[in-house]
Ligand binder design. Sequence first.
Ligand SMILES: [Zn+2]
Length: 132
Amino acid sequence: MLKNLVRPEREKIVEHEIEFLYTEDDGSGFGFPCDERGNVLDAEMTKEAWENYRWCLEHPEKFAVYNEMKTRVRYYTPNAHGTCVCGAEVELYDQYMGACECPNCGRWYNLFGQSLVPPNQWKNWKNGVYGY
Ligand SMILES: [Zn+2]
């Protein structure tokens, strides 16, 4: 069994974007990351993105949707994790048949953090009897 098992809560992720969509109705255009007040996030913008943003602002006639903020909400649940008997931190995810391997010592765990025999021994289970 993994020690210190942590089951993270679902996280709400809110993302804002300034959108410019072309008049031609193909849904293409530009989106620039911004904060909840519509300020473009410099840290997430490349030099080319800033050039595109300035170009968009200078050409309102090109866009059906011009300089409008759009907000998206998504939810994300990080994988549970815990400490292996070897001391390494193990992230519980479906690496193989609902189980995963400690990256340090190679022990196997199910997604509840319970120790398992390695998958190469699973085929030996027959009628509930484990045979070596
Ligand atoms: Zn380990």
